[in-house]
Design a protein around this ligand. Structure first.
Ligand SMILES: [Fe+2]
Length: 396
């Protein structure tokens, strides 16, 4: 069997671990580092708190605090150029997926001259090793502390494109569940469901590998146990926050190589066209996607259904199993108050005008989004995608 996967980078996981960032940077030999984050991270005091731990270790800091959602090329170029000007010898990314991806790009630019646009794509692009990068996630969702690349918006062609390779490698993820305690329920549900999709889609990928099979399973077990608790009582239930943070990190490991498939492909098209948050867009069609892939991976779908509490008869047909997984997922989404696709004030017709084409462009590799590349275990056709989105819009 041929399988492509990435051995994950080191991770320091646990409550309070963020306080070790200065010491860890010192061990990497850093003397002056670039902090990369968005204005929201500054507003809640986390950027200053992390800065204090770094300065306490005798390391100078330079701040880029203008990370944008779905980070555009101009913004990561700004961050990278600031680091070059200031001659930093390390980068620290703090925040959600956008901040961490921006930090990965800023790291790459320290030894690979700007603009970032010349490093997009996966094949044929070789980047040089760069300065150490520590990332500190503040959501339990993307798992990008353990993924080998990032997604940047190329504003010259209006597409989200990949950076990958040694130039943007994470040297250490510091994953501290305490940083997610203040996340409101809606963000907790959206980011947590993103983590779940990373596990569920890579677990049912047509290109599985040992991580997606083993690590993805444990990630889903944690989501089943903790996401509802984190949504409903996230301020007090630190055990649930810890469980979801671990699920997100495991999701990042699980999807490296196996990748996500149709649910993320649909979500990225919807997100790009209508600005729907990543987790909400990528999770909206998961019940129907899992139902669609059931005949190809019935044992895996059975595991997911049973993990989320369904009683699946021993002799269930694929058709029955497909119905069970769809209903099980819909019920789970209702329990965490997951936003409905029909609730954004966008008509089904408007969505269908962008979605099958957007998904097919990813599947065919015309748009190099993370999660495309034909990783669905069944053939993806425009008709299938149209049917999945229509049913999700009307039923979920
Ligand atoms: Fe995702």
């Amino acid at each position: 069997m041929v399988s492509e996967f990435n051995a994950p980078n080191p991770v320091l996981f646990g409550i309070g671990t963020r306080k070790q960032v200065g010491e860890k940077l010192k061990r990497f030999g850093c003397t002056k580092v670039l902090l990369v984050y968005d204005p929201g991270i500054k507003a809640i005091g986390v950027a200053d708190e992390i800065n204090s731990y770094i300065e306490a270790a005798g390391i100078e800091t330079v701040h880029y605090g203008n990370v944008q959602a779905d980070p555009p090329d101009w913004s990561v170029n700004e961050a990278g150029e600031l680091g070059i000007r200031e001659k930093v010898d390390g980068v620290v990314g703090i925040g959600g997926g956008s901040s961490i991806d921006s930090a990965k790009a800023a790291k790459m630019l320290q030894t690979n001259p700007p603009p970032i646009n010349q490093y997009f794509g996966r094949e044929g692009v070789i980047t040089k090793p760069s300065v150490p990068l520590i990332v500190i996630p503040t959501t339990a969702g993307t798992g990008s502390e353990c993924t080998p690349g990032g997604v940047i918006t190329d504003t010259t062609v209006h597409a989200k494109l990949n950076i990958a390779g040694v130039g943007c490698q994470v040297n250490l993820g510091i994953v501290d569940p305490e940083l997610t305690v203040g996340l409101p329920p809606r963000s907790t549900a959206a980011t947590g469901f993103d983590a779940f999709c990373h596990c569920a889609e890579s677990f049912t990928s047509g290109r599985p590998n040992p991580y997606s099979g083993v690590v993805g399973k444990e990630g889903m077990r944690l989501v089943a146990k903790y996401l509802e608790r984190a949504v409903k009582n996230g301020k007090e239930d630190i055990e649930a926050r810890e469980g979801m943070m671990l699920a997100a990190t495991l999701g990042g490991i699980a999807m490296s190589g196996a990748l996500c498939h149709m649910s993320h492909d649909i979500g990225k098209s919807l997100g790009a066209a209508f600005g729907i948050a990543h987790g909400n867009a990528c999770g909206a069609c998961l019940p129907q996607v899992l139902q669609a892939v059931t005949p190809a991976v019935p044992d895996r779908v059975r595991f997911i259904a049973e993990t989320f509490g369904a009683e699946v008869p021993e002799d269930a047909t694929n058709e029955q199993l497909g119905e069970i997984i769809c209903e099980t997922m819909k019920a789970f989404m209702n329990r965490i108050d997951f936003p409905k696709l029909s609730g954004y004030g966008i008509s089904l017709e408007e969505m269908l005008a962008v979605v099958p084409d957007g998904v097919m462009a990813q599947v065919n590799g015309a748009i190099k989004l993370f999660g495309g590349y034909g990783t669905s275990p069944i053939e993806v056709t425009p008709e299938l995608i149209k049917d999945i989105v229509t049913r999700a819009y009307n039923e979920n």
